[in-house]
Ligand binder design. Structure first.
Ligand code: NIG
Ligand code: FE
Length: 425
């Protein structure tokens, strides 16, 4: 008999997302559905997933165990948002209104708006102010069912301000229930003061920032914006190699607007993921399909920027690529904390199936962060990160738009959202 200190009984649908991870091709269709499924944990780790009769044979509840009635609810792993730009100050409504008048994101960036606006605001903010801003956003994410995120620096673009962003993340990880995986993205843009001296900025990144971030152990991943007018393919390669040498795992903002070949580079360099991929080429699709570099798609971005063109999700899935979904939460191109919204956009705008979108937001997203051993699927031994949604069946998560169906969130075996409200901890 196993002991448990928390059990959720009889979920209408319990989606375990278990099985081989990462999931490719047809495996992406398998969400590990259990009808009237039960799940139990002890000390934050899952000890049982199955049905009532097996539960009675195998599990004994501790005296003060928490029992949650899953009747009428759909359970699934907490969402893993594997691409966010969480620690920023200031918002960009002005730029958004100009975009509504017809200016493009890139035209506005050329006028010195865009990322640069957020860099100015973020540099001005103290670590404490940044922390307060992020806490509200993390609460929002938790209420929307996200239990693990990746978060990037990249709005500091100087030694002190990048470190400030990363130290904010370190602090947040300690005080908020959401687990935060930090990424150093000093190569998000060339700061204004280095515009005519890009080589010098690359030198600063390689010789000062990378070693300092490593020494302070402030980030697990390194990310770079490989894009026309930002870092070229050659510059990206140089940065990525230096980051690998310094001990970072790699992510690349690849082929977002121009097909520079960031996807191929990511696969060749063994990156953990290549993200965006709206302008990916056939060669890029083939390379990613044969690699273990995750193709992280961010459908809220073309939606937010009102672009016709979307990432070729179907071709990537059919080719055999490991596809994940993420918000890209940032003030310029994707002002949303909602993984559910992203999942819906993946289905409505990229022709992903509901099941593919769910796996891409949980198990494969965890793989993109190298966290799949612990989160992203509901299996014995993994973390009890579970969301319970007030919908009659799982297709309804995509079918019923514009509501937040997340009723309870369990993180590490503790109820952190109850009846749609954050539980004080
Ligand atoms: O992932 N592509 C580059 N960076 C962000 C946008 C950043 C911004 O506009 O502030 C992105 O889309
Ligand atoms: Fe991004």
């Amino acid at each position: 008999m196993k002991s448990a200190d928390l059990v959720v009984t009889d979920c209408e649908h319990l989606l375990t997302c278990r099985g081989e991870i990462p999931k490719r091709k047809n495996n992406l269709q398998d969400v590990g559905l259990l009808e009237k499924g039960r799940i139990a944990s002890l000390g934050g780790k899952i000890v049982f997933v199955g049905d009532e009769s097996r539960f009675k044979e195998e599990v004994r509840l501790n005296e003060n165990a928490v029992v949650i009635d899953g009747n009428g609810l759909v359970g699934l792993p907490g969402f893993v948002d594997s691409h966010t730009h969480l620690p920023f100050a200031g918002t960009r409504e002005e730029e958004f209104v100009l975009r509504l008048k017809g200016y493009t994101y890139q035209q506005l960036a050329e006028k010195g708006m865009g990322i640069q606006t957020t860099v100015t605001a973020t540099r001005k903010a103290s670590q404490e102010e940044l922390c307060t801003l992020c806490l509200r956003r993390l609460d929002q994410m938790l209420l929307l069912g996200t239990t693990t995120i990746e978060a990037k620096s990249g709005y500091g673009l100087s030694l002190v301000d990048e470190v400030k962003q990363l130290e904010t993340l370190q602090e947040l990880d300690k005080i908020h229930p959401i687990d935060i995986v930090p990424t150093f993205m000093g190569a998000h843009e060339i700061p204004a003061e280095y515009k005519s001296r890009k080589k010098d900025y690359i030198g600063l990144l390689i010789h000062e920032m990378l070693p300092l971030v490593r020494e302070k152990n402030l980030a697990e991943f390194f990310d770079v914006f490989c894009e026309e007018g930002v870092f070229s393919l050659e510059e990206t390669r140089e940065l990525v190699r230096a980051a690998k040498e310094a001990g970072f795992k790699i992510k690349i903002h690849a082929d977002e607007f121009s097909p520079l070949g960031g996807a191929q580079l990511a696969a060749d360099e063994g990156a953990s993921s290549a993200d965006h991929l709206i302008a990916i080429t056939e060669e890029g699709i083939n390379k990613l399909s044969e690699s273990s570099t995750v193709a992280t798609l961010l459908p809220a971005v073309p939606f937010f920027l009102m672009q016709e063109r979307k990432a070729p999700a179907r071709k990537l899935i059919e080719g055999g690529a490991i596809v994940a979904l993420a918000t890209d939460f940032n003030p310029g191109s994707s002002m949303t904390e909602s993984m559910l919204f992203v999942l819906q956009l993946a289905v409505f705008t990229m022709k992903m199936s509901i099941e593919e979108a769910i796996n891409a937001s949980t198990s494969n997203a965890a793989y993109a962060l190298d966290m799949h051993e612990g989160v992203g699927s509901l299996e014995v031994g993994k973390k009890m990160d579970l969301i319970l949604c007030d919908v009659p069946n799982y297709p309804s998560l995509v079918y019923h738009l514009g509501i937040n169906p997340i009723k309870h969130v369990i993180k590490n075996g503790k109820i952190v959202v109850k009846d749609g409200e954050i539980v004080a901890n």
